[in-house]
Ligand binder design. Structure first.
Ligand SMILES: *[C@@H]1O[C@H](CO)[C@@H](O)[C@H](O)[C@H]1NC(C)=O
Ligand SMILES: *[C@@H]1O[C@H](CO)[C@@H](O)[C@H](O)[C@H]1NC(C)=O
Ligand SMILES: *[C@@H]1O[C@H](CO)[C@@H](O)[C@H](O)[C@H]1NC(C)=O
Ligand SMILES: *[C@@H]1O[C@H](CO)[C@@H](O)[C@H](O)[C@H]1NC(C)=O
Ligand SMILES: *[C@@H]1O[C@H](CO)[C@@H](O)[C@H](O)[C@H]1NC(C)=O
Ligand SMILES: *[C@@H]1O[C@H](CO)[C@@H](O)[C@H](O)[C@H]1NC(C)=O
Ligand SMILES: *[C@@H]1O[C@H](CO)[C@@H](O)[C@H](O)[C@H]1NC(C)=O
Ligand SMILES: [Fe+2]
Length: 679
């Protein structure tokens, strides 16, 4: 970019620092390869050389599309990620990036320390690069083919014999879904069409979503409904078209309205792993959560399962490309298992959101980064038809409240960001929905929303909203015998006793349903920032956080929960990401008898009211998860389900040592083959 004038570098050297930086451009080179990533390329290599007098803040910024202005990078990497950076050359690598429907480009910048500015900062208050003093530009790098479908994810639809699939392409041309029972026999597969939607920059409600920094082409979202599915069969499917190309073949287990067992993975506040610095901190821990859930899904083999992500989903907050990373990251679980969501503050809240009573003034802020629920509403499609106009001509907010049955559990989702008070549409929906649950069919109800109705974390801001939730919604949960109430937003795990008016009805971790729900906070899936627990009221400044009696277990470890339910018992386990093992659990008996006589018999032998030994108390769990784990154990997947030998784990008694652990496993195997009937 500099003219070939031999005197110019010298003249520039004498000039101001900003211009001196430009001098290097004559000799500094930056390359990025490969120029076109094929499906088997998993890495982008960025190399530079000839950078004179490198400085500790020099960086490579990442752009897409290549026409972006210097200040509109999507992220950056410091050169010091390469050991040789002080010598003026080096190499950085990035894992395969999402397609983004446009090529990437990389640019090398100097960032003199005296230009560090605390006016332009990221969300950790670190200065952000300003995109001045560019010294080299790479060639374009395109990842995959934007016409080819990506970001495939499933969800239950309204019919039991249906499964919905959503996916993204760079253009809005015709795409279809093909599906069938025989993997190899695609000629016999059925085909259904898709609906396609997108949204525009002018629909975004605030910065950064509506600005050139945050906005990128979101592509087109395709929505196909597979119908006429036979119950509990493995279906194979792919999406796309002959013109634009096809996805790989995925599979899922169809729903069965008669199923006597439910498996689910539930969490909030997962977020996204992004392999470079961007405008805010991203959630590296989400990688582990997805990894362990994938292990668990594989261990279930041919049993159906579902995933429930209760708000604060990608944490894109107006930086469009973070959604692309998110859907690529969860695709290995979401393309094979229905992925259900409810709305969180980080998908929605913006200054002019339509419902904002005085007691939400301090908390309904700008957490959505101007997205105002639109990417959430277009990129997901949940059952039901709840919707609310955004108020600016953009797509309505949908997926606010809905419910479905899966096996023996009725799952309900609500929105804590839109009107839920008595006589609101949402309240009326929730009341009518809970009223008509057939408890013979689904003895358990799992109710979910984003902001917690109960938590002992020190989050004072949410107090007024919590109060309103207690006043308007808790009576519904108690009246309609909700089994579990799950919340996110607080990035920790907390399990309460079953309670009414904050009073415990039972302080055991294994009990017959006692007339009120067990509340749990499960926002520990990936986001890190969090208040601590409430300190002592009389010593608010001393870091001691007494655990009230109603709070049965509190955990700070990242992880997720795993639900296993049969007709007579629901078990919820907290799996930690550190080791993939169970740290806490609660078992709730419905009072119904299992339709499976061998399980029923084993459970009868352990009636908790008779105060049997702790070893027998825990046996039903092993029987319960035994069916799903047995093959996994044999395959070597099983280690994750073995209950951690952790003394502080609530009130159920963990297995004492390796020996007894082995014994239980043998019992499990025997039970599987019916050799040991009763204990
Ligand atoms: C690289 O530089 C950045 C910015 O000064 C700094 O935060 C980071 O710790 C450095 N990393 C290494 C490996 O030195
Ligand atoms: C983004 O939205 C905010 C709030 O409506 C508005 O003030 C701002 O001008 C918008 N920015 C752009 C680039 O449209
Ligand atoms: C409830 O479900 C059971 C079991 O599926 C069924 O037999 C019964 O008819 C249902 N009751 C109502 C009122 O629909
Ligand atoms: C809730 O459970 C109680 C018994 O614990 C029962 O009397 C009541 O009828 C149940 N209510 C509903 C709506 O199922
Ligand atoms: C708690 O539940 C257990 C098991 O169902 C039962 O034995 C015990 O009596 C219950 N405690 C209270 C206070 O109801
Ligand atoms: C569930 O149990 C009922 C009652 O025993 C039985 O009729 C039904 O076939 C079972 N469902 C499955 C999928 O096994
Ligand atoms: C009942 O449990 C046994 C042993 O765990 C298992 O082999 C069988 O498949 C189960 N039957 C049903 C209908 O779930
Ligand atoms: Fe939140």
């Amino acid at each position: 970019m500099q003219p070939e004038n031999p005197h110019l570098p010298f003249l520039l050297f004498l000039a101001v620092a900003a211009v001196a930086a430009g001098e290097a451009a004559a000799s500094t080179t930056l390359t990025a390869s490969p120029a076109k990533l094929t499906p088997s390329d998993h890495e982008i290599k960025i190399r530079w050389s000839g950078l004179p007098a490198p400085d500790g803040l020099d960086y490579v910024a990442i752009y897409s599309p290549p026409s972006s202005r210097d200040r509109d990078f999507i992220g950056y990497l410091f050169l010091n990620g390469s050991a040789s950076w002080r010598d003026g050359h080096g190499e950085l690598s990035l894992p395969r990036l999402p397609t983004l429907r446009a090529p990437y480009q990389f640019r090398l910048f100097r960032w003199p320390a005296n230009e560090y500015s605390y006016h332009h900062i990221d969300h950790d208050r670190n200065p952000l690069p300003h995109g001045k003093h560019r010294v080299a530009v790479s060639g374009d790098v395109s990842v995959g083919d934007p016409a080819r479908p990506e970001q495939v994810h499933l969800a239950f639809a309204d019919g039991f014999d249906e499964m919905r699939v959503l996916f993204l392409c760079g253009d809005g041309g015709k795409r279809v879904v093909r599906y069938g029972l025989e993997k190899e026999d695609e000629k016999e597969w059925k085909e259904v069409g898709t609906e396609v939607t997108t949204y525009e920059q002018k629909h975004m409600c605030d910065t950064p979503a509506n600005s050139s920094v945050g906005w990128r082409d979101p592509g087109f979202v395709f929505d196909g409904l597979m119908k006429g599915l036979e119950p509990e069969r493995r279906y194979f499917y792919k999406v796309g078209s002959d013109v634009g190309g096809w996805s790989e073949t995925y599979s899922f287990i169809s729903r069965d309205s008669e199923a006597n067992e439910t498996n689910a993975f539930l969490f909030g506040d997962l977020g996204t792993y992004v392999p470079y610095n961007t405008y805010h901190r991203t959630q590296t821990e989400s990688l582990s959560t997805v990894k362990w859930i994938l292990r668990d899904i594989q261990a279930l083999r041919d049993k159906p399962a579902l995933i429930s992500h209760i708000g604060d989903i990608s944490y894109a907050r107006g930086y469009s490309w973070v959604w692309d990373h998110f859907f690529s990251q969860v695709e290995p679980i979401a393309a094979n298992t229905p992925y259900h969501v409810c709305i969180g503050n980080h998908e929605y809240d913006w200054p002019s959101q339509p419902w904002k009573p005085w007691w939400t003034a301090g908390i309904y802020g700008k957490d959505g980064g101007g997205e105002c629920g639109i990417p959430y509403s277009v990129k997901f499609r949940m059952p039901g038809n709840s919707n609310l106009p955004t108020g600016n001509g953009g797509p309505d907010t949908r997926n606010l409240y809905y419910s479905f049955d899966s096996g023996v559990v009725h799952f309900v989702y609500m929105s804590t960001e839109t009107n839920f008070v008595q006589d609101s549409e949402q309240y009326n929906f929730l009341k009518a929905d809970l009223e008509k649950v057939n408890r013979t069919r689904t003895p358990f109800i799992v109710f979910q929303g984003h902001r917690p109705m109960h938590t002992t974390s020190e989050e004072a801001r949410d107090a007024a909203l919590k109060q309103q939730m207690l006043q308007h919604l808790e009576p519904l949960l108690v009246t309609y015998n909700v089994t579990l109430a799950l919340w996110g937003h607080v990035h920790m795990y907390e399990r309460f006793c079953p309670m009414k008016n904050s009073q415990c009805l039972n302080t055991s971790s294994s009990f017959q349903y006692s007339g009120a729900p067990v509340h749990l906070v499960i926002g520990m899936a990936g986001q890190d920032w969090q208040h601590t627990w409430q300190p002592r009221p009389d010593h608010p400044d001393v870091p001691i956080f007494p655990q009230p009696e109603r709070s049965m277990y509190r955990g700070g470890e990242f992880g997720y929960t795993r639900l296993v339910a049969t007709r007579e018992k629901l078990t919820l386990m907290y799996v930690g990401n550190h080791d993939g093992q169970v740290h806490d659990m609660v078992e709730i008996f419905s009072g119904q008898v299992s339709s499976n006589s061998s399980v029923a018999k084993a459970v009868d032998g352990t009636k908790l009211s008779t105060g049997v030994s702790t070893v027998r108390k825990i046996t039903p769990l092993y029987l319960e998860i035994g069916g799903s784990v047995l093959f996994a154990l044999l395959l070597g997947f099983g280690f994750g389900f073995l209950v951690r030998r952790n003394k502080e784990a609530a009130q159920w008694t963990p297995v004492e040592n390796e020996e007894s652990l082995e014994m239980v496993n043998i019992e499990m195997v025997n039970n599987k083959y019916g050799q040991i009937g009763a204990e």
